[in-house]
Design a protein around this ligand. Sequence first.
Ligand code: SF4
Length: 507
Amino acid sequence: MLLIHPPVAKLGEPPAGITALAGCLQPHGIDCTLLDANLEALLFLIGRQADARQDTRSDRALRHRDANLAAVRTPELYRHPGRYHKAVHELNYALQLAAHSHLGVSISLTNYQDEHHNPLAGNDLLNTAETFQNSLFFPWFCSRLPPLLDAVKPLYIGISLCYLSQALPTFALLGFLKDRYPEARLILGGGLITSWMSNPRWHNPFAGLVDHCIAGPGEEPLLRLFSAQKTKTHQPPVYTGLPLSSYLAPGPILPYAASRGCYWNRCSFCPETAEQSRYQQTPPAIVLDHLHSLCRQLQPVLIHFLDNAISPLLLQTLAEQPPGVSWYGFTRIHEQLADPDFCRQLRASGCVLLKLGLESGSQEVLDTMHKGIRLELISRVLAALQAAGIATYVYLLFGTPAESLAEARQTMEFTLRHHAAITFLNLAIFNMPITSDEAHRLPGTIFSESNLSLYKDFVHPRNWDRRAVRIFLDREFRRQPQIAAILRRDPPFFSSNHAAFFTENYP
Ligand code: SF4
């Protein structure tokens, strides 16, 4: 089986989806070949002689691209934020130049857009598959896929479609594969497919192109396709065959998911809650075994826990039995993290950064969205983490149904009061998941007329719509000097994927 991670997604680390699938399928006797098409195709485009305009910026981006690619793979660059910013912006520009002759198409290190094709419209996706020869990626398809497919001869080709930025390139890839390798069975899975398929109105528009669409974890459905029984559980991911030294990071990053779903699973704004994903956790002792063997094999410079929220039990285990490599991940704010001694122990275990969903500085808003955290606890957690030297990546969410300008200002005041304990900030504007309970309660229209929309536009009950939120963020929130200083720290394009390398305690 050939498993493909399609473009466009961030280039900092190996993909989690296909490596986890291979980790389960291979011990059951199913041969898997991994292809990080995202990494390979974007490097191909960056390296290609672009039809460059003769201006200084293009010239500089193309002239420096090899040096920038080399620099971004060394720890040295991350000690100089100014040089880092320049290097990644130039690389991004070199990539943008590759789309120069494709009218209406824009590509960056994080996104792909085509003004003629909507990735949330089934017909546009099918049209992209039919006209695959027009794809920006077509030259890469032609140079890379024929020799690989001739060598592997896969019965099945699985594509892991997780982000909207991957949708149009994925369908161009599907069109190419269907045309050139009609004998291979095409399978589509991943987070975006899962979200589409969890909509009760889902009617598969891709039946003529894709042989199987899989929602949720793909392991068991894939084993069934091969008529295999799942006899082995909690297998570690497999990274064999991926070009680990080519990712854009100062050394290998090991992505590892110790759980799927979320143990809290109650926040009203969250797709995990709306999609009713089942929580599955790997026992901490097995997690440690996996990490030790993967670290021996890959020699990572950083472990990235992919869990929606690292469980308190796993945090405790990591604090007591450090994995031996610096690590970071998302966790819920809870009492354990308000204990300064525990935070010091976590720091000593290699924890350099924790991502925290704070969402709002209004207790009423937090309660309405069933976040299950108190502001006074958040204050104590931030203080304990700061004292221990653990950096924080704090996520705020504006424009939820319970919020108005007054509550948004409370969030701003809370952020300002705690600015010294907040290392990085992510600001998001609320989207109403189409499958959420609230989407049925609040009046409004479908977010777009496309048949694959994930979100619903709604009439905000307190007149606090997206436009008003944007104005507040641009004219008030971002202009606070302490907040602006935090926002400036965010690594461009790579954001949280590179943030740990800019923390004080990263070795
Ligand atoms: S804790 Fe995070 S992942 Fe879990 S339900 Fe809330 S927002 Fe979603």
